[in-house]
Write a protein that binds this ligand. Structure first.
Ligand code: SF4
Length: 444
């Protein structure tokens, strides 16, 4: 009899990729995906442990499944949370049967086998650590596709070596391991052969790709390799680039290659040099200004996205005002604002002058309100342009999709009256700009 698994994926696109990888491993083992938890033999939550709110969401999802778990079902926590805090997780979700972290999920079948062998007694809660963390096996197993349909994420590396003082990722994931070029290209070819129209390269820092393989500027070569191997791919998109790692070659490739979306997601976290120093990030904000000027001069239609943290320990009103001024000056197309989350085990957690929650929230609101006005102006400036739009859904007489200016999930969409088949890329003339989205009309 065929066994079924049900999986919930939380967190960032990288986590979604891992969840898809878990699904692939289980399908190879003969499992099929269930669309409802009650139809599954195995329930999995691929958790996010990045910040407190994400952990709470993950625990809530596990508890929800645990509450309705029937006899014989196995409940597994996968991903960042078990990697980070196994004991607390087991306490928080007493009906949990097993846990498997970010570096071991390829062995989920072995974990399930052990749980079955133990008769799935409560006492047999297993946190799977008996993995094979050798780099070769990890690289061979880095998953590739996540988003079903016309877009797919390709994870080109996993882990991070950066010293950012607020971030738990290096301790959860370990140092960066890049996937070999040939493997990325092979996966790109397979995905395009399956009809994928947009490949999205992801890693904790895509611009550091290849350093662990001895390449100092590996990403432009990787992009050239992919685009040469799949000349018919309409869109290749980059996420998570670290400003100081964006080289002139990368700018050249983006300017020259039409398939590479004129879109750059460059998390800056702050603008004030002192805050950046406390964050243990490069404080060279003048260099960031020069980079942005170069990008806009070489690629005039580029859409720039960034993220900022407000309420970082010691952030003064004057430092926060610096950030607002910087946002006004640069006028990013899209900005994600996050309140600082004090994460145990990080250097930032021990810094003095932690900012009270109410003040963090107030700064969050002020930054968001400012950016809404800026994004609205940037979107209104699109009116009159004709943009290719990748359609992702339709209903009630409208179709929705994304232009090169929008990454899935984190950005906005283009709304088009009429029914266009999902997966098609169609030209749309933009007639209205809203705070997050655009409205267009089919231009065919
Ligand atoms: S570069 Fe990103 S993932 Fe790496 S430590 Fe800094 S914030 Fe964390």
């Amino acid at each position: 009899m065929t066994r079924h698994f049900y999986i919930v994926s939380l967190g960032c696109p990288k986590s979604v990729v891992d969840a898809e990888g878990i699904g692939q491993v289980l399908r190879v083992q003969g499992y099929e995906r269930a669309d409802r938890p009650e139809n599954a033999d195995v329930l999995i939550v691929n958790t996010c442990g990045f910040i407190a709110s994400a952990r709470e969401e993950s625990i809530a999802a596990l508890r929800d499944l645990a509450a309705h778990k029937r006899r014989g079902q196995i409940l597994i926590a996968a991903g960042c949370l078990p990697e980070r805090d196994d004991v607390a997780l087991n306490v928080a979700v007493p009906r949990l049967d097993g846990a498997i972290g970010t570096r071991h999920w390829t062995e989920i079948a072995a974990l399930l086998e052990q749980l079955r062998a133990h008769g799935r007694q409560r006492a047999d809660y297993i946190h799977w650590r008996a993995a094979h963390p050798e780099v070769t096996s990890l690289v061979a197993s880095l998953p590739r596709i996540a988003a079903p349909g016309a877009s797919a994420y390709v994870k080109i590396a996993d882990g991070c070596d950066a010293p950012c003082a607020f971030c738990t990722i290096p301790s959860i994931k370990g140092p960066r391991v890049s996937k070999p070029v040939a493997q990325v290209i092979r996966e790109a070819q397979e995905l395009v052969a399956q009809g994928v129209k947009e490949l999205i390269l992801i890693a904790q820092d895509t611009t550091a790709y290849g350093r662990d393989l001895g390449q100092q500027d590996g990403l432009p070569d990787l992009i050239e390799g992919i685009l040469t191997a799949v000349p018919d791919l309409p869109w290749l998109r980059l996420l998570y680039s670290y400003p100081q790692h964006i080289t002139s070659r990368l700018v050249d490739v983006m300017a020259a290659r039409e398939q590479l979306c004129h879109y750059l997601d460059m998390p800056l976290q702050h603008s004030h040099p002192q805050v950046l120093r406390r964050m243990r990030r490069a404080p060279d904000i003048a260099g960031v200004r020069r980079l942005i000027a170069t990008l806009r001069q070489r690629i005039p239609d580029i859409a720039l996205r960034t993220t900022f943290i407000v309420g970082y320990p010691g952030e003064t009103e004057q430092e926060f005002a610096h950030l607002l001024d910087f946002m006004r000056e640069i006028a990013f197309d899209k900005v994600g604002v996050f309140t600082y989350s004090r994460e145990a085990g990080t250097p930032a957690a021990t810094l003095p002058d932690q900012v009270p929650d109410e003040l963090k929230e107030e700064r969050f609101r002020r930054a968001m309100e400012l950016q809404q006005g800026i994004s609205l102006a940037r979107n209104k400036a699109q009116v009159g342009r004709t943009l290719p739009v990748l359609i992702e859904g339709q209903g009630d007489g409208i179709s929705v999709g994304r232009s090169y200016r929008d990454a899935p999930v984190i950005d906005g969409m283009v709304i088009i009256p009429g029914a266009v088949p999902p997966g098609e890329i169609v030209p749309a003339q933009i007639v209205q700009g809203l705070e997050y989205d655009l409205v267009g009309e089919l231009a065919m």
